[in-house]
Structure formats: C-alpha cells, structure tokens
Design a binder for this molecule. Structure first.
Ligand SMILES: *Cc1c(COP(=O)(O)O)cnc(C)c1O
Length: 309
C-alpha cells in the first residue's frame, strides 16, 4: 500500500550564516511535507508502516491541544487511510467542541483530517502508558494501533535515523531541538564518530539525558540546557524578535516551541565564540510551523508582539 512516506524529497542544506570561520547550515526538514512536517514525518513513517502490516485501521495517540504531533498524526493517518483518535490533555476543551475548534487552529486542522477527540483531565492524561487506561480506551473505541505521546518509540527513532544523509558527514556538529528525545536519538545513532550531536531541550528538567540513553548507546552528544525560555511553549519578546529577524534575513519561518529556541541558542553560542574556527554546523529545522497561529492567538490576547508569517 502506498503511503505518504515513500518519497521523502531530498532537499539541499541551506547556508544560513558564517561568522569567524564558523559556518551554520540548516537542514530544511520543514519542507518535507506541508502537513506532516519535519521530524513528525520521520517519526510516523515506520509506525504507520507497522500499523499497515498489522492490518490495523485506527491510530490512537496522545497530545496537548496545540501539539505538532497531533496535527501530523491526523494528516498522516488520513493520507494513509486510517481513522485517527487523539487523546487530548484538557477535559475542559471537550465541554463545547465547536468553541474549542474555533479557538484552536491545531485541533481544527486535526478535526478537518477526520480525527476524533477524547478529552481527558490532566491526571487521567498522566496514565497514558498504563495498561489499564489503554484497555479502557480499547473498550471505548475498539482496537487501535497506539502511537505514544510525541510519537517516540523504536520505530520513530529508526525513522529519525534517516534525517542525516551520507553527504552530511562533512559537518562537525549536528544541532537539534529536543522534546521527548526521540529525534536526537535517531540523529546520534546515524552520526559519524567524528561528529558531535548537540541537543537544545525546549523544556526544563533533567530527565532527558536518561531518556536519550534508552535509545542510543553512543556518547558523542550533549545537551545545551539554557535556551528553553522558561519551559515548554513559553516565549518572550526577545525570542519573538529573534524569530521575526531570522525570517526577514533568511526568509525562513521558525516555530516558537522548538526551532526558534534552537536557532536562538546556536546564534548566541556563535556570537560568544563557543565553536572553534572552521566548525561546520548543521542545524535541523524539525518543522512545527502549524503551531505559529495558535501561539499568535495567545500573544494577541496578551497584547504582545506576534510572529510574522
Ligand atoms: C516534536 C518536535 C520536536 C521534538 O522532537 P522529539 O523527538 O520529541 O525530541 C522538535 N521540533 C519540532 C518542530 C517538533 O514538532
């Protein structure tokens, strides 16, 4: 059966800037697919392949109300002939679905792809890996193929191992944003021994290194933990100004949750002379642009500057 994943286009890396002999290139994974963008394309590929080979007809997954993973799973599911169910954090969002969809571009898009929602409280949501909870979902929705929150599992990491191509051995440092750690694990697994992989977590907390070690046994990586801007989906005026400036200079949109913080961090480190002369850096644009309009709604409500699109 043909899937949307069979033909990942090959997109050349783009030179962003050169400073004191340090060159920064961007891998435009955001251009892989208009609706299944960036690392979510990579993470879903082998999961959907597996669901097809198991003869499943429904995908069920978990996510927050603005999640790139929810949007991508809804789109990829529709394009591959699956029914999709999104278990969404936030019981209150289910009270008036029409109002929720009017306010939330992510869920509106997912619904337009045919995704059905199951809204749960934050405490229920914490059971997302419990057998009892999953069994109760099967009672309610019938059989499904489970894609975990954020899409991270062994199949996802196998897909993320395909982000780097043979040509990318010319880079010294690979930089990526980190959420659950699946994407960086794939990058580490496929990196060459002379390369170092630097992860920029988009959230606070020390649990990530342990997560990553579950999926890779290599040691050529590290995390740069001071560019999360206060935590997951938190932004400030400095970050928004940086993203707007980046767009103006390079004509490339960044997302406010992951890639904006990644590029901000890399550019700051370049300014500080963190990288030695002649270092070639490859940053991964992991996509996520669907999240911009939800963030702009929020910024507008707070009368804060918005992301230019
Ligand atoms: C989901 C996501 C990430 C985080 O990926 P993990 O595999 O969870 O670490 C990074 N960037 C973007 C744009 C994402 O949507």
């Amino acid at each position: 059966m043909a899937t949307v994943f069979e033909t990942a286009p090959s997109i050349p890396n783009q030179l962003i800037t050169e400073r004191n002999g340090v060159r920064l290139y961007l891998k435009r994974e955001d251009l892989l697919h208009p609706d299944v963008s960036g690392n979510k394309f990579r993470k879903l590929k082998y999961n959907i392949e597996q669901a097809i080979s198991e003869g499943q007809d429904t995908l069920l997954t978990f996510g927050g109300a603005f999640s790139n993973h929810i949007a991508a799973t809804a789109a990829a599911g529709q394009l591959s002939g699956f029914k999709t169910i999104g278990v969404i954090r936030g019981e209150e969002l289910g009270a008036d679905l029409e109002e929720t969809l009017a306010k939330n571009p992510t869920l509106k898009f997912a619904a337009s792809c045919g995704m059905k929602f199951h809204f749960v409280s934050r405490s229920e949501y914490r059971n997302k890996t419990s057998e009892v909870f999953l069994e109760s979902l099967k009672q309610q929705f019938g059989n499904f193929f489970l894609v975990p929150e954020g899409g991270t599992n062994a199949a996802a990491i196998k897909g993320c191992e395909e982000i780097l191509s043979e040509k990318d051995v010319e880079f010294d440092i690979i930089c990526s944003s980190v959420g659950t750690g699946g994407t960086i694990s794939g990058l580490i697994n496929s990196s060459a021994p002379h390369q170092k992989v630097l992860g920029f977590p988009a959230l606070k907390g020390d649990f990530l290194k342990e997560e990553i070690r579950k999926y890779t046994s290599k040691n050529n990586w590290d995390l740069i933990t001071n560019y999360h801007f206060g935590g997951y989906a938190k932004v400030n005026g400095e970050l928004i100004a940086f993203m707007n400036d980046f767009r103006k200079k390079h004509n490339i949109l960044l997302d406010p949750v992951y890639t904006g913080k990644l590029l901000f961090g890399i550019c700051k480190l370049m300014e500080q002379g963190y990288f030695s002369e002649n270092t070639r850096i490859l940053a991964i644009h992991t996509g996520g642009l669907q999240g911009i309009s939800g963030m702009n709604n929020y910024l507008k409500k707070k009368s804060l500057p918005q992301i230019d699109v």
